[in-house]
Design a protein around this ligand. Structure first.
Ligand SMILES: Cc1cc2nc3c(=O)[nH]c(=O)nc-3n(C[C@H](O)[C@H](O)[C@H](O)COP(=O)(O)OP(=O)(O)OC[C@H]3O[C@@H](n4cnc5c(N)ncnc54)[C@H](O)[C@@H]3O)c2cc1C
Length: 402
């Protein structure tokens, strides 16, 4: 009898994990990627330390997936953050928990993990195909554009793990959307997630402060309230605190045209304490020096006050204290998806069964960031992609062996 075959398209965390659960299954496993090498986005994630997962309590971890918590939980319960840490160990990758609770490989990069993983997959019989750009379906066949021309294959099942639409130069560009739409599969439009935003800074402010971090502030926006830090860029703001709030900010801008965040520049001092401090005799001190000496505000935080507060209000102690506790900054637009860490949008969960198989295309499974869910940075993206890759792999195996 001919050996059954499964094609996996997309060799990122989700596709590679699908290959892993299928290796040694007795099924012929081919994994294809458009790029000249596998796992390019995973390697890029490694440049900032490779935050694999998070050590916070399981229920809180799941809450990070917002309105898709239930769907994602189905997969993560079968491959939990602890399972992920144990799995990394099987690749000789030891992890540690950072001060924020985030989990990283001790080496703070992705290349040792990826190298060991690819080696193991090949040893287990998975067949690799680079420079194979999938071009959709034709008469039930998968069509690939390859350096040797067009290739057509007809596997017994297909797993698509094509990624989202951020950082397209790393391989995931969302170019597959039209082929899904042709088959009546609903794909929600891609939007930037974990992204920066534009702010109309004055030329003076940008020249003085671009690239500078704003540390230990509390950002409030509607029901979002969190302490952290972010960076001022030439065009606006980016960094962890902004990324965490970015889904809400992006949605507000889409509906209202802009989003106004409020910053507490001095979380350690109440408004009353600030007023008391600022009321001390100024003597011959300049206003800037008086603010610095009495409240500790200086540098970029002082720059923000001068950027957004009128001269009159700066000289009004009550209004100045108000501004220090809730400085309003208007964000005008999300940055391009090309620079976003991840994307929202993609194949709708309503199109999939619990094994991540497309209801309208039996035998075709989807996993990873190409599905319509989002999560903040903190290791949630990778954990969910790995977990979904496993579900799709197990589902495809059961499908071909049924
Ligand atoms: C700068 C940066 C830092 C990040 N840091 C972290 C982090 O620390 N922690 C975290 O959890 N997440 C992080 N992420 C997000 C994380 O890397 C992604 O969510 C994850 O890689 C998505 O996995 P995936 O397998 O779904 O897709 P991808 O990793 O995007 O892989 C999809 C693959 O499909 C291939 N492909 C696409 N279209 C085709 C086609 N038509 N034909 C053939 N192949 C195709 C692509 O070439 C690609 O290799 C980061 C992302 C970026 C950009």
């Amino acid at each position: 009898m001919m050996k059954k075959s499964i094609a996996i398209i997309g060799a990122g965390p989700a596709g590679l994990m699908a290959a892993e659960v299928l290796s040694q299954s007795g099924i012929k496993i081919d994994i294809y990627d458009a790029m000249p090498s596998f796992g390019r986005k995973l390697l890029m994630a490694g440049k900032s330390g490779l935050n694999l997962t998070h050590s916070e309590p399981y229920e809180i971890f799941l809450s990070r997936f917002g309105n898709r918590k239930q769907e994602i939980a189905e997969h993560i319960k079968l491959f939990t953050p602890d399972d992920l840490i144990a799995w990394a160990k099987t690749l000789n990758v030891e992890t540690f928990v950072g001060t924020s609770g985030r989990v990283f490989p001790k080496e703070m990069k992705a290349s040792p993990l990826l190298r060991a993983w690819l080696k193991r997959l090949q040893a287990d019989g998975v067949i690799f195909h680079v420079r194979h750009r999938w071009q959709g379906w034709e008469d039930g066949h998968l069509i690939f554009d390859t350096p040797n021309g067009i290739k057509k294959i007809k596997p017994d099942a297909t797993i698509l793990a094509l990624g989202g639409a951020s950082w397209p130069k790393l391989g995931s560009s969302g170019d597959w959307v039209p082929w899904f739409l042709q088959h009546g599969v609903k794909v929600n439009s891609f939007q930037p997630a974990n992204c920066g935003f534009t702010v109309n800074w004055s030329t003076f402010f940008i020249e003085k402060f671009h690239g500078s971090p704003i540390k230990s502030v509390i950002l409030t926006f509607k029901d979002f309230k969190q302490q952290g830090e972010f960076v001022v860029t030439r065009t606006g703001v980016e960094g962890s605190l902004i990324y965490t709030a970015s889904a809400k900010l992006r949605d507000e801008i889409a509906s209202k045209g802009n989003a106004v965040i409020s910053l507490d520049l001095v979380p350690q001092l109440s408004k009353e304490k600030l007023i008391k401090a600022l009321s001390r005799p100024r003597n011959s001190r300049t206003l800037t020096n008086h603010i610095k000496v009495t409240t500790g505000i200086h540098g970029i935080k002082m720059g923000l006050l001068y950027e957004f507060i009128s001269k009159e209000d700066l000289n009004n102690i009550e209004k100045l204290a108000d501004a220090m506790k809730s400085l309003c900054i208007k964000l005008c637009a999300p940055n391009s998806i090309v620079t976003a860490i991840s994307s929202a949008g993609g194949v709708s969960f309503e199109e999939l069964d619990r094994h991540l198989m497309l209801l309208k295309m039996p035998g075709v499974f989807c996993a990873g960031e190409m599905l319509d869910w989002e999560a903040p940075t903190g290791g949630y993206l990778l954990t969910a992609c790995f977990a979904m890759g496993r579900t799709a792999g197990n589902g495809a195996r059961d499908w071909v062996l049924k």
